[in-house]
Write a protein that binds this ligand. Structure first.
Ligand code: IMP
Ligand code: MG
Length: 309
């Protein structure tokens, strides 16, 4: 069992939630090789995403006698997304080696979807849920402006005009996900020249141990037969949006489209359809215009990048 260096010792300790038994494809004592894997499984449980731990080995190279001399066993398989995930908490130099293996896997098994989560991706994912494996309390500062105020205004106006055109003659319900969406929603609804209804949902924060994702604020409106536009600040892994879309679909709306200000496509795990996108952003942690880092920076009038390393 690889030992965990102090920097990698994750906190808080893994607590298993009361996830429905159907979601548990592994025994509670699954033999994780590393604490980060246990923590990742905990995150998936929170989202209600079923997972299997190292369910399959892919032979990569054989000797002439057919003996397998190299194989790749991804850490996780997520049946719902038909996706294998390899977590790597290794140093960058070793990542190169893993990348080579991954490339070979993709060549040999082109139909297999596999995603490598780098150490920094993974730490960021944890940070988003208020878990700071490095126990740092220092608030990072905004490193640079990514989307300036004028560009936000221009793009939001364009999105509003597109929606106005596409929904002419109807009255869509704009459904925003609190709290990050506040600025975007306020500007977007004023850029739509149609009668609209506005409603909000709020999702539970991960910090509440032993809980699975749920709404802390439900819709006020009945969306049955309605045209729904989900308004999101940013789509990252897409898992929460995926869950939200399932929830909305269960309520039989006429149709549902997604309008996201920011799309962090590189980090997608759940393949969610986004009809209107403000800006595609790279794999960086962004704040401002509603988005926060530990409840900070929401009131910046632009979107900026924070340095969290
Ligand atoms: P997803 O389920 O991973 O797509 O999570 C999306 C949610 O995570 C967003 O609605 C945000 O609240 C939050 N989030 C993801 N990336 C960032 C970021 O870079 N800055 C601030 N919040 C983020
Ligand atoms: Mg959100």
């Amino acid at each position: 069992m690889p030992d965990a260096s102090p920097a990698e010792a994750l906190s808080p300790p893994v607590v298993w939630p009361d996830t429905p038994q159907s979601l548990r494809l592994e025994p509670l004592t699954a033999p994780f090789a590393h604490p980060s894997e246990a923590q990742f499984a905990r995150l998936l449980d929170f989202y209600g995403v079923a997972w299997q731990y190292e369910p399959r080995s892919f032979p990569l190279r054989e000797e002439d006698d057919g003996r397998v001399v190299e194989a790749f066993t991804p850490d996780f398989y997520l049946p719902e997304f038909d996706l294998y995930i390899e977590l790597t908490t290794l140093r960058q130099s070793l990542v190169t080696y893993k990348n080579r293996k991954l490339r070979r896997l993709r060549e040999r098994y082109p139909d297999v979807n596999v995603k490598l989560l780098y150490r920094k991706d993974y730490l960021r994912l944890l940070e988003r849920f208020g878990i700071d494996p490095r126990h740092s309390t220092a608030l990072p500062s905004v490193e640079r402006v990514l989307v300036a105020r004028a560009d936000l205004e221009r793009r939001v106006t364009e999105l509003g005009a597109e929606i106005t055109r596409d929904y002419a003659g109807s009255r869509p319900i704009l459904v925003g996900v609190l709290r990050g969406v506040t600025c975007f929603m306020a500007d977007l609804m004023r850029a739509i020249d149609l009668p609209v209804t506005v409603d909000f949902l709020a999702l539970s924060p991960y910090a509440q141990e032993r809980e699975v994702l749920h709404f802390t604020k439900d819709l006020e409106e009945d969306i049955t037969g309605q045209r729904v536009i989900v308004v999101e600040d940013i789509v990252d892994t897409g898992i929460s949006l995926h869950r939200l879309l399932q929830y909305l679909d269960d309520r039989s709306p006429n149709d549902v489209a997604v309008c996201a200000l920011l799309d962090k496509r590189a980090r997608r795990i759940a393949d969610v359809p986004i009809r209107y996108t403000g800006f595609e952003v790279g794999d960086e942690f962004v704040v401002g215009y509603g988005l926060d880092y530990r409840q900070e920076f929401r009131n910046l009038p632009y979107v900026g990048v924070v340095r969290t390393e």
